[in-house]
Design a protein around this ligand. Structure first.
Ligand code: UFG
Length: 340
């Protein structure tokens, strides 16, 4: 069974990817420092897959400690999720973001070289496009100066990976530029489980719907969009997770001619913040307490993906529609409420 190192494997997208790796016959080895995830995720993964994933609580910044994982296992490839990811926090703590995201990636690449691990899937983001001039964005759209240190770390990590590959014939990688992941696994056993008060729309909205938080703030209704609120391309986390497995197979089975590839992972449809609220209210049958407030600094007005390159080259397409995504998010939130 091929062993795949999954950094950040107890996190939101990481955990769903561990399940999809299992479903496709891979063995996931998880490294996570649990800074924004919970150890209980391992039990949840076991409940779904029947297998307790091999787990190391380690920080990627500590290369000597990380080396043990490469020594002790027969790793064939790496899916690299582990990173700090809160946009506003990155504005206040830029050095922390550069240290965590850049150093972690460099340490990992050095170990991959040392232990002859040739393939990496990198967790990138549509944030690399900044405020796009033209929609939808393709993989060839201009990379604009990042709106935040977080966004900059994703741009720089992509460059670091590309340069490392250019200097080493054996290395290959794919950067996956995610749009906005929401939703949860069908089983309701895993989902987004942020520590503390959520930063992102969906976990915040869910906690308001669950009565844990009082009111959702809609950051601005004076944008140049049909209802004035920002537009994003929301994609089901399970669709996203499946794209990682397909990308990995593309590398491991030498399907790609190029050593480095970049793919947009979205649905191709944009929804506004107010669309999300109204569709949630209709689908779940619950009124949401929300209020329009000032714009949030650093927000892009509208962005959604051209997914045709990923559809053609990866043979992958996001399947779930918005209502299904919202239903699965709510199922997960209800389970969390029962548990706590
Ligand atoms: N929003 C609200 N209220 C909230 C939270 C968000 O109105 O309480 C709005 C935002 O203003 C934005 C939309 O909802 O218009 C989506 O915001 P998110 O915070 O959920 O996500 P972003 O689009 O800001 O995406 C950012 C990064 C991505 C990263 C993602 C998750 O750009 O790269 O956060 O970390 F993947």
């Amino acid at each position: 069974m091929k062993e795949v190192l999954v950094t950040g494997g107890t996190g939101y997208i990481g955990s769903h990817t561990v399940v999809e790796l299992h479903n496709s016959g891979y063995k996931a080895i998880i490294v996570d420092n649990l800074s924004n995830s919970h150890r209980s995720m391992l039990k949840r993964l076991e409940d779904i897959t029947g297998v307790t994933p091999k787990f190391y609580k380690k920080d990627l910044k500590d290369q000597e400690s990380l080396r043990e994982v490469f020594k002790e296992n027969n790793i064939t490839s790496v899916i690299h999720f582990a990173a700090s990811k809160a946009v506003s926090e990155s504005v206040n703590k830029p050095l922390l973001y550069y240290k965590n995201n850049l150093l972690g990636t460099i340490n990992l690449l050095e170990l991959m070289e040392a232990y002859h691990v040739s393939s990496m899937i990198f967790s990138s983001s549509c944030t690399v496009y900044g405020e796009p001039d033209k929609l939808p964005v393709t993989e060839n759209s201009e990379i604009k100066p990042a709106n935040s240190p977080y966004g900059n770390t994703k741009q720089v990590c992509e460059e670091i990976i590309k340069d490392a590959i250019a200097s080493n014939d054996a290395l290959q990688a794919i950067s996956l530029r995610y749009f906005n992941p929401i939703g949860a696994h069908d089983s309701g056993k895993i989902g987004e489980f942020p520590s503390g008060i959520p930063n992102n729309l969906m976990p915040y909205l869910l906690e308001v719907a669950a009565g844990k938080l009082e009111q959702l703030s809609v950051f601005g209704d004076d944008y140049n969009t049909p209802d004035g609120s920002c537009i994003r391309d929301y994609i089901h986390v399970v669709d996203l997770a499946k794209a990682h497995v397909v990308s990995l197979q593309r590398l491991l089975q030498n399907k790609a001619k190029e050593k480095y590839g970049v793919f947009n992972l979205g649905t191709g449809t944009g929804y506004s913040v107010l669309d999300i609220i109204t569709t949630f209210e209709k689908t779940i049958g619950k009124k949401l307490n929300y209020k329009v407030v000032d714009r949030r600094p650093g927000d892009v007005e509208k962005i959604y993906a051209d997914t045709s390159y990923a559809n053609d080259k990866l043979g992958w397409k996001a399947k779930s529609g918005l209502e299904e995504m919202l239903q699965s998010s709510w199922k997960w939130q209800q389970r969390l409420m029962e548990e706590t």
